[in-house]
Design a binder for this molecule. Structure first.
Ligand SMILES: [Zn+2]
Length: 470
């Protein structure tokens, strides 16, 4: 048996002065509640509070960040139990899936995934041995025994993780029945939604025209007209607000915004509704909708999040066989300075608007994003996200963004995950890395100790609450 340990100094500098400062700062933030303003947990878990099932379903089959790595090394997705669109047989024996995973666990050495998984094994399940082919069955059994217990149900874990509030992400077409059930249940856990309109603002989204029609039905508006379509958004946003939403989220291929005259908007909308849109029109329409969403946010106060720069479904064969969200989304080069100008020209100086920018293109932090956020009052910088939600990604972010945007134009951490059990681990990594960064500034006499002690809880807890109005 090989021991599994979480070292108390992990992620801190090996320099003794910096490490001592890091530990002192971390002691003040490690037990602060978790505020999770953006993520993809399933509200049904908290609504129904049913057990999570088995270890393979929880850690592997549902997590494309785990199985993409195995796929890259020749493991068939069928052998991990990923359902095929054509209904062909895939592995359904959870223990065998787990053994395949354990046989390939070495692939995660040095990755944040490995840290998150080990943290969950150790802290959530009390496991004290490393996952290897030899320990695979014992760990599988241990996790499954725990998951069957009442104190491992979703609400109990939510409370144990010290989550103050968590946001899920829903389409305007979602009736939010799970959120309604949570709110009616009397349970104290705070689960809020976020308005993610991609299916009804992206003409290239599968089923766009039907989605727009359904949006009209749900909102009681005629979405065959531009006016009615905008009114339907306003109506659904109000409904989302009534279910706790404080933000919207926009996952576009680029950060392009447009600011067309009303007559041109009507004509473009009519064109995209007719179908067979060309890529340029689709891009302009998405861009116009970012500007429209900013206008609506000025009225209803929802904070906007813009998440551009992912090329979805890069691998057509995987898309064909398994569908979307199978680990084949790949970052692309992203422009912000020119792309955001139409929206900024219109709303960049509005004191009541907050737009949080994310990137998958780290080359823009120092050149574009930090200078933009360090000037425009509406702009804030979201934390390193997705592929860059790693110790190195977080350090690169602070190193490149602080010089121009400072700390107060950033918004704390978000876990952006559907892997519920990894949430404490992810927030712990962010807190440790921020303390490490502050400790370095103190050790180099660029920041006084009292300032670092004031900043640490800002980065771990306060900034995110203020920025997202949570
Ligand atoms: Zn997300």
């Amino acid at each position: 048996m090989i021991k599994l340990e979480l070292h108390p100094d992990r992620l801190f500098s090996s320099d003794p002065t910096q490490r001592a400062f890091s530990l002192a700062l971390y002691a003040t933030v490690k037990d602060l509640p978790i505020v999770s303003p953006h993520g993809h947990t399933d509200p049904q878990w908290f609504a129904d509070n049913e057990p999570f099932g088995n270890a393979s379903g929880l850690f592997i089959t549902r997590d494309h960040y785990v199985f993409r790595m195995l796929y890259s090394q020749g493991v068939r997705l069928e052998d991990l139990g990923i359902p095929r669109r054509d209904g062909a047989m895939v592995e359904h024996d959870a223990r065998r899936i787990w053994r395949t995973f354990a046989a390939h666990y070495r692939l995660f050495r040095g990755t944040p995934t490995r840290m998150w998984l080990d943290h969950a094994f150790h802290e959530v399940f009390g496991i004290r041995e490393r996952l290897t082919p030899e320990s695979a069955d014992r760990i599988f059994d241990r996790v499954n025994e725990c998951l069957a217990r009442p104190d491992f149900r979703p609400r109990a874990l939510f409370e144990r993780f010290n989550i103050e509030v968590i946001a899920t992400t829903e389409s305007p077409l979602d009736p939010l029945a799970h959120h309604a059930k949570i709110r009616a249940s009397g349970w104290k856990g705070r689960v809020v939604t976020a308005y993610r309109p991609d299916p009804v603002v992206d003409p290239e989204f599968a089923g766009f025209r039907d989605n727009v029609a359904k949006l009209g039905e749900m909102a009681g508006e005629d979405t065959a007209t531009w006016r009615g379509y905008l009114a339907a958004h306003r109506e659904r946003r109000q409904f989302f607000k009534s279910m706790g939403a404080t933000s919207t989220d926009h996952g576009h291929p680029t950060a392009l915004t447009s600011d067309l005259a009303p007559a041109d908007c009507e004509a473009l909308f009519a064109k995209v509704l007719r179908g067979n849109v060309n890529p340029a029109d689709a891009e302009f329409f998405r861009g116009q909708m970012l500007t429209e969403m900013a206008r609506m946010s000025l009225d209803d106060g929802l904070v906007m999040q813009i998440h551009p720069g992912s090329m979805r479904n890069h691998n057509p064969e995987i898309l064909e066989r398994f569908g979307r969200d199978m680990g084949a989304d790949i970052p692309t080069r992203t422009d912000y300075v020119r792309a955001l100008k139409p929206l900024l020209d219109r709303f960049g100086n509005e004191p009541a608007l907050t737009v949080i920018l994310f990137t998958l293109d780290e080359s823009v932090y120092a050149r574009e994003l930090a200078p933009l956020a360090g000037h425009y009052p509406i702009l804030k910088l979201g934390p390193p996200w997705w592929f860059h939600d790693s110790p190195e990604g977080m350090l690169r972010f602070r190193a490149q963004a602080t010089e121009t945007a400072g700390f107060y134009n950033t918004v704390g951490f978000n876990d952006d995950t559907r892997a519920f059990l990894s949430i404490p681990a992810r927030h712990d990594v962010a807190r440790r890395i921020d303390c490490r960064f502050l400790a370095q500034l103190v050790a180099e006499h660029r920041l006084e100790e009292d300032e670092a002690f004031e900043l640490a809880p800002e980065l771990a807890y306060k900034l995110v609450k203020r920025a997202f109005k949570l």
